[in-house]
Ligand binder design. Structure first.
Ligand code: F6P
Length: 550
């Protein structure tokens, strides 16, 4: 089990700190020049993923020392405890079993002595039957019309996963119907999502683990009003039952809202919100891509779960990627991590990872509540690669910050592009490879001078290089590959939390803002006095109220 002793007092940590001094002057150019086999040796194949980590600021010794650190921190033991269903979410006293959501039907995974796999598959079967009925037109709205639009109302983990995957797997979706996602409590979000929809053809999926999240309940209530107004005077509760389903762990609250419990798809408190996308929370995606493709996605997750659980440390991709992040955070003062997909379909992938990583590892006390004195989770950011190249890559190349990055790309464009657009694919990927190359190897002053550049320009046109990247390639972005990619990141985040000895599965940091918003709201709407309101916020509230009347 994870050693709660201070990380930075471990001999393994000291060994890494010393080693960092030794490699301080080493450039990736030297590492490759000295080792003809580096590019071939620093590659892992996990399922369909080809993971190249050769362009990292590490030697074999670095990797060995990092693995020693993982051993000292009991990463493998904590991993096994997670897979066994132990309560590793210590502050909420919960098991962490998103891995059970994608386990095969015959697996046995127990929580408090009960095998949860049959319940997981019972919900998947119920989802599949519902998805088939919606897709075939058998499930109709209250007026008998076929459902053509699905609107998922949820936020955070009840939105980002399906929204990201819907984009990622668009070529696999039933194109004749659309899924939209509403998350923001800004009424404009719901307005824009439904303004051109026919209520008679619209199905709302209210996704909320707790069913108490104010944004979601507010939007769901407004959506209900929109539906009933749109269907006309006769529409009542029976209409709501045809147009609203719920995804939740909280049957009581779902019933209170007025959704028929028969139309509720259940999940469990051992599924964290940001790890819930392959639970019932994926229903909108399942309706879009069909149950078979959804299963392929789950099998992709499971494949990487098994890899993480069983692969030896030297060949364990999530372990390796997690350790590399620890290395840069601790010894290079890296503050952020860029995820740069060279795929238009992955446009929401980084936003999804932001919650996964930053809500999990944005912590500053350890599992016992002691302040930590080392870097924890990085700022995760990024957008699809080529767009970023014309925006912020300048800073990656020549700025003063070290920002490790993941470059993600696919060998084949999606089939439906047709020959002309598919021909653009090599250009897209050439950009990915070029960026990895430029970031790693840069361009020396001598190389710039050799091009005949005037001396006063040389410094400006020099690229120091030595910027680490991981390149992740797969043949094609399929449902399975998407599942593999997400599970890779999930377990990477797990590894880092284990090393830092933080609880990666709670999220107390989001609570204070929620409480304060509830307290401040009456001041905005009614001008009510808020006892104890600080002077700055009180002045802003006053300015807000006066601006409103300008
Ligand atoms: O932001 C806090 C949070 O609890 C997330 O962890 C969660 O994904 C999101 O809110 C939505 O919660 P729920 O699914 O309960 O509505």
């Amino acid at each position: 089990m994870s050693d709660p002793a201070r990380l930075d007092r471990l001999p393994e940590w000291a060994a890494l700190a010393g080693h960092r001094e030794e490699v301080a002057g080493v450039h990736l150019r030297d590492l490759f020049a000295a080792d003809a086999g580096r590019a071939d040796r620093h590659v892992l194949r996990v399922g369909d993923l080809h993971i190249d980590y050769s362009k990292h600021l590490v030697t074999d010794e670095t990797l060995r020392l990092l693995r020693e650190l993982a051993k000292a921190r009991g990463v493998a033991e904590l991993r096994d405890a997670m897979f066994r269903g132990e309560q590793i979410n210590v502050t909420e006293k919960r098991a962490v079993l998103h891995t059970a959501l994608r386990a095969p039907r015959d697996a046995v995974i127990e929580v408090d002595g009960v095998n949860v796999v049959p319940a997981v598959h019972a919900v998947l079967d119920k989802m599949a039957s519902f998805a088939r009925r919606v897709r075939s037109g058998e499930w109709t709205g209250a007026t008998g019309k076929r459902i053509r639009s699905v609107v998922n109302i949820g936020i955070g983990g009840s939105d980002l996963g399906p929204a990201m995957a819907y984009e990622a797997l668009r070529p696999y979706t039933a194109r004749e119907s659309a899924v939209r996602f509403v998350s923001n409590v800004d009424g404009a979000d719901l307005h824009e999502a439904v303004r051109d929809l026919d209520p008679a053809e619209t199905l709302f999926i209210v996704a909320s683990k707790t069913f108490t999240t104010i944004e979601t309940i507010t939007n769901a209530t407004s959506a209900r009003g929109w539906l009933l107004a749109g269907l006309g005077a006769d529409a009542g509760e029976e209409a709501v039952a045809r147009h609203f389903v719920a995804l939740s762990t909280n049957a009581e609250k779902v019933a209170e809202f007025g959704i028929d419990p028969a139309n509720m798809f259940e999940f469990w408190d051992w599924v964290g919100g940001r790890y819930s996308f392959d639970s019932a929370i994926g229903l909108s995606l399942m309706i879009a891509i069909g149950p078979e493709r959804f299963r392929e996605l789950l099998d992709g997750f499971h494949l990487v779960d098994e890899h993480f659980r069983t692969a030896p440390a030297e060949a364990n991709a999530p372990l390796l990627l997690g350790l590399l992040g620890v290395w840069y955070g601790a010894f290079f003062d890296a503050q952020s991590h860029a995820v740069l997909p060279y795929s238009h379909y992955l446009s929401k992938f980084t936003a999804y990872l932001q919650q996964l990583d930053m809500e999990s590892n944005g912590k500053s006390v350890d599992r016992e509540g002691n302040p930590v004195d080392w870097q924890t989770g990085p700022v995760v950011w990024g957008t699809p690669g080529t767009n970023g190249q014309h925006a912020y890559y300048q800073l990656l190349h020549q700025g003063t910050k070290l920002i490790p990055a993941d470059l993600i790309g696919f060998a084949r464009p999606v089939a439906e592009l047709g020959p002309e657009l598919a021909a653009q694919h090599d250009l897209l990927m050439a950009n990915l490879f070029a960026q990895g190359q430029a970031l790693a190897f840069g361009k020396t002053a001598e190389e710039v001078r050799a091009e005949g550049i005037a001396e006063e320009q040389v410094a400006h046109r020099t690229f120091r290089g030595n910027k680490p990247t991981t390149t992740i390639l797969a043949a094609e972005l399929t449902p399975s590959v998407l599942g593999q990619l997400i599970a890779l990141y999930e377990h990477k985040v797990f590894v880092q939390g284990a090393i830092w000895n933080i609880d990666s599965f709670d999220q107390w940091g989001v609570e204070l803002g929620k409480v304060l918003a509830r307290r401040v709201e009456p001041a905005l709407t009614e001008g009510a006095a808020v006892p104890g309101l600080d002077a700055s916020t009180a002045a802003l509230v006053a300015a807000y109220r006066s601006l409103r009347h300008e």
